[in-house]
Design a protein around this ligand. Sequence first.
Ligand SMILES: [Mg+2]
Length: 122
Amino acid sequence: MNSKLKDNNTTISYFKEEIERFVKERRWTKFHNPKDLIQAIGIEVSELSEIFLFKDISIDTIQNDKDILKNISDEIADVFIYLVSLLNSLNVDLTSVFITKMKKNEDKYSIDEFYDGSYRKL
Ligand SMILES: [Mg+2]
């Protein structure tokens, strides 16, 4: 895998193709169905949440503790990988659904009504 790739020079297609290749090479396509992928996402989100369970971990703590940041990053990657595999299994174009959903959010949470930083309408 190309280690020179970063967020600012890659695409969603790259992730989709890499994950599809990884799954196909192992003949795991039968396991990467929507139901199992959604459950896997939930499990990985729980693993991410577990890092914080019964602890008071602030953003300062995370930024100053490389082990915690590495553990969090690993779980974020797990969630992302399963999420992208779900996109693949459903043949969903993330950019299209992102644009549609952001437009809905722009309409639902207008700046005029939420400019004060609250989550409630004025
Ligand atoms: Mg995990």
